[in-house]
Write a protein of this length. Structure first.
Length: 518
């Protein structure tokens, strides 16, 4: 509903005949200048102070069609006054009821008649896309967007120490020495082997993105992509910053060219978010995906090792507990969307610079998190990590032998599930005495799986149905347990019959002189 329609509705409620829209109002409601409200120029402070609404002046007529001399039908001044929203001049003044109604109408129109303000940089965060789960990266309140002069793309590139590689893309390219410390570790440790996650000499790329939202979908765009690759002399960090939506194709082309040199990508939640997002954006730009690379997502090892003990497994938590890193003056990742919008709409670059630093810190954490997690796998209990989670991780990465080695190393600290797993590994390796010892210790504690394993062992490996029946009768009552016991009883009966047939006392009578002699 346009402003004029709303005003006419209010006039009808006040008992005043609605006026017809004038040519000026049509123009005003149709296409006002930029920065005005839909349908008109922005009402100034004078309008509010005067207590009058646009088109309602207490002592004069404003619309050209409301002038009596311009009325083709020769309307009188009173008719023009009615069309203007004023009471007809009767010479006796307005009635008190009509005066109060008009005063209330003017006040209501004054409150609603002003055009909405043009959004400021402080308000842009309300239109930014927020995370799907409503959580931030630890920020307690939205960061205020500083006011200042607009920054051009060239000036932004100069501030960041980068260069433009297209009309709407800035590339930051720098190399850090191996001695650059990040938390308790140096980046040089990432240049070496981070077994079991990657081998020495493998071309690894640490990747992270900053996006317009965390919900995903076709409307989410990666406006900043960071990639770090170890070199012979340090760690090379490249960051592609998109300064307008029109720069996405050029940015993806440059990013894909860099990814082509990586044999393995390392990310944090990249399996679920970053890499699928880049794949979808390539399809939107009608680009082919680069050749598939191996992928290591550090979120899953962290969950396997510490999901039972930490309040969450966010990257910031892993930094604090594994790297000893406390970020200062860091912009939360959840603020990145509206920080980028603040630059697009108002040229405010201060927060965008902090987003770039945040992205770089994320990538540095990825680089040193590999050696840190490798140290945890060497002795999980000493690092308060889950031995069972570490074993599952090694089993997936390096196979059952490494998993069994770790389980054996931590045997005294394993929970029942871990001890059952170790027993299965010994069974698969054919080391039955080690497996039986673990099953018996667990069976004494009443674990049904260990009792069942002993029943199977004595039935199939020792060929001892009697002992197998003893263990089977200790199983919790179930259809499977009753069937096992019935089968073993039947087997014992069959074996007893065979033994009776083979005994000398039950042998059939033989004729005299049998067997023949001589």
């Amino acid at each position: 509903m346009s402003l004029s329609d709303r005003l006419n509705t209010l006039r009808r409620q006040a008992g005043v005949t609605p006026e017809r829209r004038t040519a000026d109002e049509v123009v005003r409601d149709g296409a006002g200048p930029s920065g005005s409200a839909p349908g008109g120029s922005e009402a100034g402070p004078a309008d509010a102070a005067g207590g009058t609404a646009p088109g309602i002046e207490s002592g004069q007529e404003t619309g050209s069609m409301t002038d009596a001399s311009a009325d083709p039908g020769g309307a009188s001044g009173n008719e023009g006054s009615v069309r203007e929203g004023r009471a007809p001049a009767t010479g006796q003044g307005e009635s008190p009821q009509r005066a109060r109604a008009l005063a209330e109408l003017r006040e209501r129109i004054r409150r609603m008649g002003a055009a909405p303000k043009q959004p400021s940089a402080q308000d842009v965060r309300h239109s930014a896309v927020s995370p799907a789960d409503g959580k931030s990266d630890g920020a307690t309140a939205p960061t205020a967007i500083p006011n200042g002069p607009a920054v051009s793309v060239d000036e932004l590139a100069e501030r960041l120490g980068g260069s433009r590689i297209g009309e709407h893309v800035i590339l930051l390219d720098r190399e850090l020495p191996p001695g650059h410390e990040h938390g308790r570790l140096a980046l040089g440790e990432a240049l070496e082997s981070a077994w079991p996650f990657w081998e020495a000499g493998e071309r690894v790329g640490f990747i992270d993105t900053e996006t317009t939202g965390l919900a995903g979908g076709a409307g989410t765009v990666a406006f900043l992509v960071g990639l770090a690759t170890p070199t012979g002399e340090g760690l090379r960090l490249r960051q592609w910053l998109m300064t307008a939506f029109a720069g996405e194709a050029a940015m993806l082309e440059s990013v894909d060219a860099a990814l082509a040199g990586c044999e393995r990508l390392v990310s944090y939640n990249g399996k679920t978010f970053d890499l699928p997002l880049l794949r979808d954006r390539r399809r939107m730009q009608r680009r082919n995906d680069p050749a598939d690379s191996a992928h290591t997502d550090f979120l899953h090892p962290v969950r396997a090792l510490y999901g039972h003990a930490w309040p969450d497994c966010r990257l910031r938590t892993a930094e604090e507990r594994l790297l000893g890193l406390q970020r200062t003056d860091d912009l939360p990742g959840s603020d990145a969307p509206w920080a980028w919008q603040a630059y697009l709409r108002f040229g405010q670059a201060d927060l965008l610079q902090r987003v770039v630093r945040h992205n770089a810190d994320d990538i540095f954490s990825l680089a040193v998190l590999g050696p840190a997690l490798a140290g945890v796998l060497a002795d999980p209990p000493a690092q308060l990590a889950s031995p069972e989670g570490a074993a599952r991780l090694l089993h997936r990465l390096r196979g059952p032998v490494e998993a069994r080695r770790l389980l054996q190393q931590c045997e005294q600290r394993l929970n029942p599930a871990g001890r059952l797993w170790l027993a299965r590994e010994w069974r698969r390796a054919g080391v039955w005495e080690r497996a039986v010892a673990l099953w018996q210790s667990l069976a004494e504690q009443g674990h049904p799986e260990a009792i069942e394993a002993l029943a199977k062992y004595h039935e199939h490996q020792r060929r001892d149905p009697a002992t197998a029946l003893e263990w089977a009768r200790r199983l919790p009552d179930s259809a499977a347990a009753r069937a096992r016991c019935a089968r073993l009883v039947q087997r014992l009966g069959r074996d007893a019959g065979l033994l009776a047939d083979a005994s000398p006392d039950s042998a059939p009578d033989r004729p005299e002189g049998w067997p023949p002699t001589g």
